[in-house]
Each structure stands twice: as C-alpha cells, then as structure tokens.
Design a protein around this ligand. Structure first.
Ligand SMILES: [Zn+2]
Length: 261
C-alpha cells in the first residue's frame, strides 16, 4: 500500500472498516478511477478483531479489493475497532491524512447503525470533524507538521441500515452499471467475513439495493449519495440531465401503446 502523498487526490473516501466502502460505494470508486480521477480509501481501523478474521488476513483482503477497484491509495489509520470513538486523537489522525492527500472531495460513510457496528456512526462524526480540523492554522504540530488544507466538498455515502429515515439533502445517484461486477468482485475478496453462504446473501442484498437506487434514475444499478449543502451550479441543464428520467417511458397514443380500456 503506497502512501501516495505526492499528488493530490480527487476523492478520499473514509470508513471505519475495510469492506465498508466496497459495500456502500465500491462501484462509484471504481468508476471514478475509470474516469481518470485519483482516488484514495482511508480505513479508520483494521476491522479486527472479528469472529473469523485476523489483522494480517484483513490487510491482504483489503489490498486485493483495492487492486480490483483500481484505487490508487489505501491507508489504514489503525484506530481501535469496536471501540472507535469520535474524539480529538481520531480527528487529528483523519485531518493529517486529509492534509497529506489534499482531496477535492472527502466522501464518508454516514448514518447510525444500531443493528450493526456503532463504529459506523462514530466514523461519520470523525470524518466530518477531521475535514473541519484539516483547515485549522497554528496547530501544525497536531497534524504531523503538515500544512492546513480546506476540502472543498463533503459527500455522504449513507449506510443502508441507518436507524433514521433521514431527510438527506442534495441526494444523488451514480450509475454503476459498468462497475457493478468490479464492486461484487472486491467484496468477494473478504473471504474471512463472507463465507460462501453469507456472500450469496450479501450479493443478493447489494444487487437489490443498487437496483432500487439506480432504478429511480433509469439506471440498472446505482449508488446513493447526499451532501450537507445544496448542489450549486452554473448550468441548470447539466445539473438536471444526469438521470435518464422515467425508467418506463409512456408512449403517446397512436404510436405503439396498448389502450388501457
Ligand atoms: Zn463496517
């Protein structure tokens, strides 16, 4: 895993555990790479301990997944798994990574998952605070001597099992039909987490989820995102023309439609 700190990243994606980003937004990360953007993944913890994994196994799996997605940089901050808590040290660690990689977009998993690990919600808070801290002056010693950097855009990748039915603002969907197979292949790398039976269930669920999100915009598969601010722009047409519109266009009378009684 290279540090890749020499060239700024277009997107730095943050999540508590290796495999979170693959599941939630792996299709979009692979797509960004295919589109020529420089992409990084920042795992807050090793993801261990888990019932079936080890730190070494998990590291190998994460690296294999990185290669499949084509992502340029993957780093692990090695904050404590299971007891990950938002606090100054975790914020400093994220801010330091942000100041080293200088991304245009900081993307973070978001939401509260009481049916899964509480680390997810803490990771959301740490990423938001880390982004804010990264711009602060007169604190360079807390950030390993790096210089202040302000991240222009924050993007949420909402967790599918969020406890709240949130009114996320600035929701949007990225068409991942062309990278869906890469996404699934990256998830398959985590053999310690998903045995054959579990993997089958996870793949079924992920394809359904991404079909649901994509279908709303006329795509076969899509991944869902949100932003904390309205999406600004200069050109109304370019902003609204991202989606294909209705997935079931209605033919006009006299064309090929069947009269409905
Ligand atoms: Zn997780």
């Amino acid at each position: 895993m290279g540090t890749g700190a020499d060239k700024p990243l277009d997107v730095l994606a943050v999540a508590p555990h290796p495999d979170d980003l693959e599941i939630i937004c792996g299709g979009t990360l692979a797509k960004l790479v295919n589109q020529g953007y420089r992409v990084g993944m920042l795992d807050l913890t090793t993801g261990e301990p888990t019932p079936r994994g080890s730190v070494e196994t998990r590291k190998r799996e994460a690296e294999a997944a990185r290669k499949i997605l084509g992502v340029h940089v993957r780093e692990c901050l090695e904050l404590p798994n299971r007891v990950l808590m938002d606090g100054p040290e975790a914020r400093f660690a994220v801010a330091t990574a942000v100041r080293r990689h200088r991304p245009t977009v900081l993307l973070t998993v978001a939401g509260r998952t009481p049916a899964a690990s509480p680390d997810h919600h803490q990771g959301h808070l740490i990423a938001e605070a880390g982004r804010f801290y990264s711009q602060l002056t007169k604190w360079d010693e807390r950030f390993d001597g790096t210089t202040p950097y302000r991240v222009p855009h924050l993007v949420y990748a909402p967790m599918p099992f969020d406890a709240e039915d949130r009114n996320w603002r600035s929701r949007f969907v990225v068409d991942i039909d062309d990278t869906m197979d890469q996404k699934i292949a990256a998830i398959r790398c985590y053999e310690s987490q998903f045995d054959k039976q579990r993997l089958e269930k996870v793949e079924h669920w992920i394809r359904g989820l991404n079909a649901f999100h994509g279908g709303a915009c006329g795509y076969r598969y899509g991944e869902f995102f949100a932003m904390p601010t309205p999406i600004g722009g200069q050109d109304l047409i370019s902003i609204v023309s991202g989606s294909k519109g209705s997935p079931a266009p209605v033919d006009l009378p006299g064309k090929s439609h069947l009269p409905m009684g």
